[in-house]
Design a protein around this ligand. Structure first.
Ligand code: PHE
Length: 344
């Protein structure tokens, strides 16, 4: 899908270019029926502006469904800051860009509030916060990754239970061991899962394998490992027409956004036809959104526990709806979210 087609469903689309720093940022606001739009800021290189717009638009829609399905009073939004070679090698320049981006968010006057996402952790959010009050998850507010991971983990536990397995002793393959995937691997290892881990950065995969007693595997093959469960925790579109027939697991649940490649309904049905229980991404990865919007001064154990509880309850509702309506969990999750939006 091109950027402009993806943008058709949006309420607002903002582009900010700051020649002084080289900042190029896109803010997509998808739907504010439930409240002001919120969503993380992603820092990533894109082939062109259209691809950046497409990513922001799609991620913003996922945020609308994420807040709606978990019963949170916010609308869906997302931002991307385009990364390039200069930004990747010059930290001072990157920070100047992030600060200029923060000033841009501030000028939106609260229509969009932001926080961490791929490439943007607490350190980067703290830089954005120098220029705006409309950001959470920076510096001392703490890291939402453990909360996101806790939500994914509870989904894995419940999904494995549904297919007659259990986490202790299960083989779990984790694709991407950055902030969320790394925290997830640690939580799974603590509960006795046997881990296969992969990352585009092989040193990172090796390090996580060493601390979790797992094994580092080829990132090109991790999805297709013989495993009880697979956890996509990297980028989107990984559940494609080519990938689904090659899966050798019973459960897929991960922290990545937009895991299903288009056309998504067809992919969701293909997973079900293969007897793979797919936990919809915006259900599984909602723990960060729950913890970040909880209003606590720091994200600590109570917020992680809240995220875990809320995501677990949402999954039960979604699976019950799927069973009652003979739909895939993905369709049931979208129906749950749309019902919440319609009643706003
Ligand atoms: N970016 C993460 C997500 O997609 C966390 C986040 C949630 C950031 C809500 C800001 C607001 O869920």
């Amino acid at each position: 899908m091109t950027g402009w087609t993806a943008a058709e469903g949006l309420e607002e689309l903002h582009l900010r270019r700051d020649p002084a720093t080289g900042l190029v940022a896109v803010v997509a606001i998808h739907d504010r029926r439930l409240g002001p739009a919120k969503g993380g800021t992603r820092l990533r290189a894109y082939p062109d502006l259209g691809a950046a717009v497409a990513d922001a638009a799609r991620l913003a829609r996922a945020m609308t469904w994420k807040f709606a399905v978990h019963g949170l009073p916010y609308g869906g939004g997302k931002a991307v800051v385009l990364q390039d070679a200069r930004g990747a090698s010059d930290r001072a320049l990157l920070e100047a860009r992030l600060e200029a981006y923060g000033a841009f968010v501030e000028r939106l006057g609260g229509a969009f509030g932001t926080g961490p996402d791929l490439g943007v952790g607490p350190t980067e959010v703290a830089v954005i916060q120098r220029a705006t009050a409309h950001a959470v998850g920076g510096g001392a507010h703490g890291d939402a990754s453990a909360a996101t991971a806790a939500g994914v983990r509870v989904c894995l536990e419940r999904a494995l239970d549904r297919v007659g397995g259990e986490l202790a002793g299960a083989v779990v393959a984790v694709q991407g061991v950055g902030a969320v995937g790394g925290a997830l691997a640690a939580q799974l290892a603590e509960r006795g899962a046997r881990l296969l881990v992969a990352d585009v950065d092989p040193a990172r995969a090796e390090a996580v394998a060493a601390t979790t007693g797992g094994r580092a595997v080829d990132p090109a093959e991790v999805l297709f490992a013989q495993a009880d469960a697979v956890c996509p925790c990297a980028t989107g579109d990984v559940l494609s027409a080519g990938a689904i027939p090659r899966l050798r697991c019973r459960v897929v649940a991960g922290g990545a956004n937009d895991q299903l490649a288009a056309p998504v309904l067809e992919r969701a049905r293909a997973l079900a036809a293969r007897d793979v229980l797919y936990v919809p991404d915006f259900v599984a990865n909602g723990g960060g959104a729950v913890a970040l919007t909880a209003g606590a001064p720091t994200i600590g154990p109570p917020e992680v526990a809240l995220a875990e509880r809320r995501v677990g309850e949402t999954l039960e509702r979604v699976l019950a709806r799927a069973e009652a309506s003979d739909a895939t969990p993905y369709e049931a999750a979208v129906a749950e979210a749309e019902a919440a939006l319609a009643s706003a």
